[in-house]
Design a protein around this ligand. Sequence first.
Ligand SMILES: C[S@@+](CC[C@H](N)C(=O)[O-])C[C@H]1O[C@@H](n2cnc3c(N)ncnc32)[C@H](O)[C@@H]1O
Length: 243
Amino acid sequence: MSTVSSLARLNGWAHEKLGAARTRLAIGVRVPLNRGELAGRKLIWPERVVSGPKFDRLGTIGDEDGIKMAAHEKLTADLAARLKTSGTLLEIACGIGSHTVQFARQSGKVIALDLDAVKLMCAAHNAGVYGVRHKITFIGGDMFDERLMRHFQGRVDVVLFDSPFWGDQLAENNTIANRFIEQVKPRDRFAIRLPKTLDSRQIIQALEPNELLAYHLGGELKYYVAVRYFVNPPADKFTRIDL
Ligand SMILES: C[S@@+](CC[C@H](N)C(=O)[O-])C[C@H]1O[C@@H](n2cnc3c(N)ncnc32)[C@H](O)[C@@H]1O
């Protein structure tokens, strides 16, 4: 039995649907999708298992940690409007695509990169639910692959790095972010999403962003996004966003 059909069986889900999602992936480098990786992985429908919907539309899917790491649609739509470009936006670590679909709705083209083939399949499916699949190139690859990252040089206007290294690892995130800026050389802006457990003053001190967005939902701080501008930087500022 193929990987796709065993995955579909796992979920009692239509084989044709997953097969279609998989073949539509435009993979820049090999996606390490194999039986071992799928063992014990379960796809679930976010709307049915989380208290607040990460995606507003029904029919979206994710694996368990992908759903946990995804952000609420109100927040992702707002960030997509702020990072909007008529050119190309690269999302490093796209997961199940909660940001990706919003970027594709608002920007010209999107390149979405993740190491995890199952999450990429979910993201491609979710992009289909939002009718924006045709605007996105999904790439299965390692963000630490320097050759891959340099491949984007000169092709990207805006980058969002949705860091998997949450927690108190500010220095490490800063080092990685600077490496991406050097390798990709985004023309317009570079943004990094960071956890609420960090101190906003420490973020400003360490990353020296031109803008720090503090995302709140229902009055509760959810996360930060630090943005560096390479064209027309605003006067340094801190923006509290309440949604
Ligand atoms: C914070 S989550 C991304 C959430 C996602 N942007 C969303 O909006 O739903 C971090 C992601 O980093 C990916 N990741 C971890 N290590 C990676 C690597 N070395 N290269 C590429 N992606 C990686 C994980 O698979 C995970 O999907």
